[in-house]
Design a protein around this ligand. Structure first.
Ligand code: GTP
Ligand code: MG
Length: 211
């Protein structure tokens, strides 16, 4: 490693209902493979991915793969602590998993809303897009608008199976995390108001908002 390189360690949560594909997305991203065999995650699993972000910056992503069944448990408060980025995942073939997106978001908002915490960047993943887009099409959901209204920094249709848009979604999330960090450093000036997690911090990010 070059002396001038800086390293960042980011804790990233991957949440969403049972079977939406969280483990598969991480597995595709970190290990470049896919299995159609479903084995529910119990509690939480971890994965690490190291990115050379640019010639000066190494980014270590600590990915927390949280079991879908944890939405009904009390452990999420512990798991969420000190996260700086989140993927909320739903399954485009199952409407109930899209309805659950806001439940996961509310769970995050109420458990991460400490005044001294850094703001958290959240990207929405519409997974299994290789299977069609039933939820998005049938419900006429305007995803850009939904994301802006609910404080997501972007959204992607993804497929862990066909390796679609996973790299792009990570790039978007990391870009927003770095931008948030830089914003916080500037706001060390007491006259500058620190951005809050629930404010709609929409920073333009190419690829984050698609039509
Ligand atoms: P929990 O651990 O129970 O919360 O589930 P999960 O969100 O981790 O889901 P998991 O990754 O285990 O995937 C559930 C099932 O969906 C598995 O059978 C996967 O093979 C399948 N699956 C995941 N992603 C995709 C995808 O992009 N396309 C298709 N067709 N199937 C997928
Ligand atoms: Mg899992």
């Amino acid at each position: 490693m070059q002396n001038h390189q800086r390293e960042h360690l980011y804790k990233i949560l991957v949440i969403g209902d049972l079977g939406v594909g969280k483990t598969s997305i991480i597995r595709r991203y970190v290990h470049q493979n896919f299995s159609s065999h479903y084995r529910a995650t119990i509690g939480v699993d971890f994965a690490l991915k190291v990115l050379t972000w640019d010639s000066d910056t190494i980014v270590r992503l600590q990915l927390w793969d949280i079991a879908g069944q944890e939405r009904f448990g009390n452990m999420t408060r512990v798991y969420y602590r000190e996260a700086v980025g989140v993927f909320i995942v739903f399954d485009v073939t199952r409407p109930s998993t899209f309805e659950a997106v806001m439940k996961w978001k509310e769970d995050l908002d109420c458990k991460l809303a400490f005044p001294n915490d850094a703001p958290v960047s959240i990207v929405l993943l519409a997974n299994k897009c290789d299977q069609g887009k039933d939820v998005l099409m049938n419900n006429g959901i305007k995803m850009d608008q939904f994301c802006k209204e609910n404080g997501f920094v972007g959204w992607y249709e993804t497929s862990a199976k066909d390796n679609i848009n996973i790299e792009e979604a990570v790039q978007c999330l990391v870009k927003h995390i770095i931008a948030s960090e830089n914003g916080l450093m500037q706001s060390a000036d007491p006259d500058v108001v620190k951005p809050q997690m629930n404010s709609s911090r929409i920073i333009s990010c190419s690829g984050c908002f698609k039509s």
